[in-house]
Write a protein that binds this ligand. Structure first.
Ligand SMILES: [Zn+2]
Ligand SMILES: [Zn+2]
Length: 232
């Protein structure tokens, strides 16, 4: 796959990353439509305002542009990927990426909640009380640019294995959509196990949408516990 990505022209890569990001948001929309049929506790209102649709479109555009920028940095040697990593190295790199991004996103999220930043950007993500999978993509374009840039900068820190980058991107999408389901689809025993392992379950971010002063973490509850911003 890396050889295929490497051989692309700028136009082909742009088309590929735009198509990929449209596919991702379309998948989230399908989930949003299907999930209420299986879970009666899921949000049943599937209407989106024109502002939500505009913000989602902007996020898809920004994510595609960030993807192309990352691809260009890789092509020109500013971002390197380890394509010969073994299973253990890939697992270690995935863990490092999750922990690094979890901390960086926690810090960025806390900054986003500071009065000045909140008033011109992050309030848009909190404008809609009833969260649904597509709410993940409802944010100010500059916020999407900030999150995307943070991801590219993190990738430039070291030559992470290609497999770990793919696994991380899948995990990131899964956590993002699960956090915006609007309910917890897991059985109680799984929720308790995740809480014991400091892994953020869907309810964790849902609480943040109900009380914006708590639960600012993304993948784990570690930093909220350390900085005492967790819901107690
Ligand atoms: Zn959210
Ligand atoms: Zn927030």
């Amino acid at each position: 796959m890396l050889d295929w990505l490497w051989s692309m022209s700028v136009a082909e890569a742009t088309g590929f990353f735009f198509a990929l990001n449209i596919l991702i948001v379309s998948g989230a929309y399908c989930l949003e439509c299907i999930v209420p049929r299986f879970f009666k506790t899921a949000p049943q209102n599937l209407q989106h305002s024109s502002l939500e649709l505009l913000l989602m479109t902007c996020t898809v555009f920004v994510n595609a542009v960030i993807s192309v920028a990352g691809w260009l940095l890789w092509k020109h040697g500013y971002l390197q990927l380890n394509r010969h990593a073994g299973v253990l190295t890939a697992l270690r790199d995935t863990l490092v990426l999750v922990l690094l991004m979890d901390f960086a996103l926690y810090v960025l999220h806390r900054i986003a909640h500071m009065r000045w930043f909140y008033g011109w950007a992050h309030y848009l993500h909190h404008k809609y009380r009833e969260v649904r999978p597509l709410t993940l993509f409802v944010m100010h374009p500059l916020e999407a640019l900030g999150f995307g840039s943070l991801w590219v900068i993190t990738l430039m820190l070291s030559a992470f294995s290609f497999e770990s980058v793919i696994i991380f991107l899948q995990l990131n999408l899964y956590f993002g959509i699960a956090a915006h389901c609007g309910f917890s689809p897991y059985p109680k025993w799984l929720s308790k196990t995740m809480a014991a392992l400091a892994i953020a379950e869907p309810d964790f971010h849902l609480q943040h949408h109900r009380d914006e002063t708590v639960n600012l973490g993304f993948y784990t509850t570690i930093w909220d516990r350390v900085f005492r911003t967790n819901l107690r």
